[in-house]
Design a protein around this ligand. Structure first.
Ligand code: CA
Length: 244
């Protein structure tokens, strides 16, 4: 059962989201301020955190930054502010996606489902080659497939087995989305991927209109890769490609 943490100081809204997620079959924890959120994250390691930006005291950005020091679970930010700079800032401190208030519960649930589906796919990926879905845990342990080969591009090493990335042997801290993005691009050097494809493949949803999510993640990824980031090239009018 996926465990979701809701961080929102508006009690009615927090309760409303809780009710909807419980009806969707999730185990839900609620926090009404930042410090409580951090305690619950440490205690329960939820699969997803829904995090309001405007919290009294410690705001959502600070909470997000703090969670990202130790955890990689997806974070969905709620923001009442529609300015692009705010969205970009949220994504830069490690949020994976955002929903702008006021939002419909349907929209929120669709995002939550898409994000949790990605989490489930990622964990399935680790045991994808298990021969029989009916195999018991014991059998599965006996037939763990060989780890996938790492992607090596010069000083860059992308380890698909343990989701780690290193540059010249030094580990690079990436969020799950940054990792997925890098693994996909570096795994297919020379191939251009459209923003729409990347958005659907990595975030699990279609988005009509201008969406900066992919661009923002690319900016962050390039920054973390230093000089090697230049190998992620913008393909004008299309999207991105990795050059060898
Ligand atoms: Ca709030």
């Amino acid at each position: 059962m996926p465990v979701v943490l809701i961080v929102e100081d508006e009690v009615d809204l927090n309760n409303l989201i809780r009710t909807q997620l419980q009806a969707d079959g999730h185990t839900v924890y609620q926090a009404f301020d930042g410090p409580a959120a951090l305690r619950l994250v440490a205690a329960h390691t939820p699969q997803l955190v829904i995090l309001d930006w405007m919290l009294p005291g410690m705001d959502g950005l600070a909470v997000c930054r703090q969670i990202r020091r130790d955890h990689l679970m997806p974070i969905l930010m709620l923001t009442a502010r529609n300015e692009e700079i705010d969205r970009v800032l949220g994504l830069e401190v490690g949020a994976d996606d955002y929903v702008v208030k006021p939002f419909s519960m349907r929209e929120l649930l669709a995002r939550v489902r898409a994000m949790l589906r990605r989490v489930a796919l990622d964990s399935q990926g680790a045991i994808a080659a298990t021969p029989s879905p009916a195999a018991s845990d014991q059998d599965a342990n006996d037939t763990v497939p060989p780890a996938p080969e790492p992607i090596i591009r010069g000083p860059l090493r992308v380890n698909l087995a343990d989701h780690s990335v290193s540059l010249d042997g030094r580990e690079v801290d990436l969020t799950p989305k940054e990792f997925d993005l890098l693994a996909l691009l570096a795994g297919h050097p020379g191939r251009a991927f459209s923003r729409e494809f990347l958005l659907e493949r990595l975030w699990g949803y279609d988005y009509d209109g201008v969406d900066r999510t992919v661009d923002t993640h690319i900016v962050r990824l390039r920054k973390k890769l230093g000089p090697l980031g230049e190998h992620i090239v913008t393909v004008w009018g299309v999207g991105y490609r990795f050059t060898a």
